[in-house]
Design a protein. Structure first.
Ligand code: ADP
Ligand code: MG
Length: 353
């Protein structure tokens, strides 16, 4: 079945919405390019004040974000938050804005969960439900972190296989979906779709320096700059092979892995300090380990201990994600087959009950 026919038929039969169809609730976030609210349909206001939808009012870059979400919904629906609809709203004085609607997935991002003293046990509770009374300890922490990493890599593999690079992977953009009890990716506002040449980053958009890989641009400078409209040329798979732009996300995901293993790196200041140290070690994680381990705090020692479980498969995976050269980083698909995940403990945690 042709993808374009499918898309057309889908458009024809889908409900369309306008501004007045929505009632806005609590503000969930505000960035340089948009504001995010909880919302509900005016026709069926939810019993509580909080709606079951999320609405982003975005500036001119919202057009790209709508495109990305439409594509993700068709190609890898479970990777990202469930997108409902996107449209241009003309009425505003400032030349209009884009409205994007998703289903409300849940209240906690990975950032919220990671900053809690209960992490990672709070995630175990979310995945398994309240009734668990399992022994705590480093082995169990490792199982939970494995499960989170496998879900994150699964979602990333879905995006990358679709031809999309996210470019803003960070705990704030990973949400726990209460419905599916899994983590999903959100915020495709900086994403690039390399299959059709949409690779648009506005000049004033800064990649988050805390999570960005050392290469500033994910495509080589020879790549023509972004066309403003979808150009249906097969820019990809060759360019993809040459530049491996997906490895930009892998670096960011590696930093999330690192933060989960080392509590001290979960704060902004901890992560910024780590980034400085790693740069001084020429982005060589093993060199970093050699410099910090001899006089490691209990916190750092615990992280190394966790990553050294099972013959150090965790450490091995981490070091194959956080590397200076993009082409030396592991892909999401290959990472999912890494021995780190090859344990029955992972399955037990995901599918118990
Ligand atoms: P921003 O451009 O402001 O970073 P995001 O798309 O990341 O916009 O959304 C901002 C915040 O809104 C997220 O960090 C999250 O807390 C919340 N959020 C976004 N999408 C959803 C969703 N589908 N379900 C629940 N919360 C969401
Ligand atoms: Mg965000």
């Amino acid at each position: 079945f042709d993808m374009f026919v499918l898309a057309f038929v889908e458009r024809l039969f889908r409900t369309t919405y306008r501004k007045d169809d929505f009632v806005l609730g609590k503000k969930l976030g505000e960035g340089a390019f948009g504001v995010v609210y909880r919302a509900s349909l005016a026709k069926k206001p939810s019993s509580k004040n909080d709606g079951d939808l999320v609405l982003k009012k975005a500036t001119e870059y919202g057009a790209v974000e709508i495109w990305m979400n439409e594509r993700v919904r068709r190609a890898c629906a479970n990777c990202c938050a469930d997108f409902v609809y996107g449209f241009f709203e003309n009425s505003s004085k400032k030349g209009g804005e884009y409205w994007l609607i998703w289903r409300y997935e849940g209240e906690a991002t990975l950032a919220d969960l990671m900053i809690s003293r209960e992490f990672p046990y709070n995630v175990q509770t979310l995945i398994l439900g309240e009734v668990q009374d399992l022994p705590k300890g480093i082995e169990r922490e490792n199982r939970i972190i494995q499960t989170i990493m496998s879900q994150l890599l699964f979602a990333l593999d879905g995006l990358h296989s679709t031809g999309i690079v996210h470019r803003d992977i960070k705990p704030q953009n990973v949400i726990f979906s209460e419905g599916s009890r899994t983590f999903k990716i959100i915020d495709l506002g900086a994403a690039a779709d390399l299959r059709v040449g949409i690779n648009y980053i506005p000049k004033e958009f800064l990649l988050d320096p805390r999570y960005a890989a050392p290469e500033q641009y994910i495509m080589s400078t020879q790549t023509p700059s972004a066309p403003s409209a979808p150009v249906a040329t097969a820019l990809s798979p060759v360019l993809w092979q040459l530049n491996l732009p997906d490895r930009f996300d892998i670096y960011s995901a590696g930093l999330i892995f690192l933060q989960m293993a080392f509590p001290g790196l979960r704060t902004d200041s901890g992560l910024i300090q780590f980034n400085r140290q790693l740069k001084r070690c020429d982005y060589d994680l093993s060199a970093w380990r050699k410099t910090v381990e001899p006089r490691a705090s209990p916190d750092l020692r615990k992280g190394f201990q966790l990553l050294d479980i099972d013959g150090g498969t965790g450490w091995e995976l981490l070091t194959s994600m956080v590397r200076y050269k993009a082409r030396q980083r592991i892909s999401a698909k290959t990472a999912l087959a890494h021995p780190y995940f090859d344990r029955e403990g992972l399955l037990a945690l995901s599918f118990m009950q």
